[in-house]
Design a protein around this ligand. Structure first.
Ligand code: PLP
Length: 389
């Protein structure tokens, strides 16, 4: 008999009652170091006092009244993002998939607006992950996500990640945009090869395409800057953001230049919940913390330390770990042993991590962890790796 709760997840048989900083606690009081961070969502850990205060204060006033009226928190958050990024304008929604969906719709709308309605196709990449709506599973290439859901949404052309020749060969008079993750997260922590994003930018400029970055996972400090594109010396035209932006509150955002969003006039797109008052209280509070002086320097420093320690551990346990790759606070441990078993053994040693594609276990800690917690995580990895010998 099907359980009351739809069985569409392979959940670990464990629940948590309480969170505090980088730790989660079960009802029995067992403590876990949380390097899953709700899949890169709890960017500031659990129960951050500034976030709790902002959300509680807002909860007492008003939670939601829709986008029929002005929402000052949205205006404030949008202005702060615009000030700090390439973008001129921001749309708020509730998830990563919705942020990507808004980006895809905007790409079509833009081409229609500039007189090229025949340009509707979007180039995406093998191994990409953009969400679980029909359009976003079609943008991706994960067979498990697509099987049985045909017909998929038309208009996606897939290229090998990093292969500029293939991208150029696939650009036609029907291409509207290129959609790419600066670091493929779900696919197994694959950073874009050096120069690839810049080459995509050049191709987009040359052919009149919009460059869309999916920074749902890489954004909000995960790579050690507010957004990953800042490392590249280039900027996209449109960018999908979610995961860390609410620190655990479900929020998505689509950021765009004035040119890319020129046709997004009243009535063209929307969301009932998008950017409600609770969400914007959380998002503004997250930004307060991240934009404080020195925040990203610390993320970079601690992230580098985490990467070094993971790499050293890989060298010591070649029978369990093949390699380590990543950047900032986004690391993938590619296993020799089955990654699901590694995840389980890490959990047995009190460390929560996230499985990804390519037999990788992701280490995605809260951005504000301490070195001592990195040491504890590495100790858990050493024990788990040794247990396979
Ligand atoms: C998680 C993720 C998504 C989907 O986000 P949801 O909030 O689950 O819809 C899209 N793109 C990337 C890069 C992601 O990591």
């Amino acid at each position: 008999m099907i359980p009351a709760l739809m069985p569409n997840y392979a959940r670990a048989d464990i629940a948590f009652e309480r969170g505090e900083g980088p730790y989660l606690f079960t009802a029995e009081g067992r403590r876990y170091l949380d390097f899953a961070a709700g899949v890169a969502v709890n960017a500031l850990g659990h129960g951050h006092p500034h976030l709790v205060a902002a959300l509680v204060e807002q909860a007492k006033r008003v939670w939601h009244y829709s986008n029929l009226y002005r929402v000052p928190g949205q205006e404030q958050m949008a202005a702060r993002l615009v000030e700090r990024t390439f973008a001129d304008t921001v749309f708020f929604c509730n998830s990563g998939a919705e942020a990507v969906e808004a980006s895809l719709k905007m790409a079509r709308k833009y081409q229609d607006h500039v007189g090229s309605p025949e340009r509707y196709r979007v180039i995406t990449f093998e191994n990409a992950f953009h969400g679980r709506t029909l359009a976003t599973i079609s943008a991706g290439t994960n067979a498990a996500h697509q099987k049985g859901f045909d017909p998929l949404v038309q208009g996606f052309d897939h290229c090998a990640f990093g292969n500029m020749n293939e991208v150029r060969a696939k650009i036609t008079g029907e291409t509207a945009a290129i959609l790419v993750e600066p670091v493929q997260g779900e696919g197994g922590i694959h950073p874009a090869p050096r120069g690839f994003l810049k080459a995509l930018r050049e191709a987009c400029d040359e052919h009149g395409l919009l460059l869309v970055f999916d920074e749902v996972q890489t954004g909000m400090g995960r790579t050690g800057k507010l957004f990953a594109y800042e490392w590249e010396g280039i900027a996209p035209d449109v960018m999908a953001v979610a995961k860390g932006i609410g620190g655990g509150f479900p929020i998505g955002a689509c950021l765009a230049t004035e040119r890319a969003a020129a046709a997004m006039t009243a009535g063209t797109h929307g969301s009932t919940f998008g950017g409600n008052l609770l969400a914007m209280a959380a998002a503004n509070a997250v930004l307060d913390v991240m934009l404080a002086p020195g925040f990203f320097e610390r993320v970079q420093e601690t992230g580098r330390y985490l990467g070094e320690r993971l790499a050293a551990t890989a060298t010591r346990f070649p029978k369990a770990i093949e390699t380590v790759r990543g950047t900032g606070m986004m690391w993938g441990v590619k296993c020799v042993v089955p990654y699901a078993e590694m995840t389980t053994r890490l959990r047995d040693h009190g460390l929560l991590t996230v499985p990804a594609g390519d037999n990788v276990v992701r280490f995605l800690p809260p951005l504000n962890i301490e070195r001592a917690q990195v040491d504890d995580a590495v100790t858990a990895l050493e024990k788990a790796a040794a247990s396979f010998a």
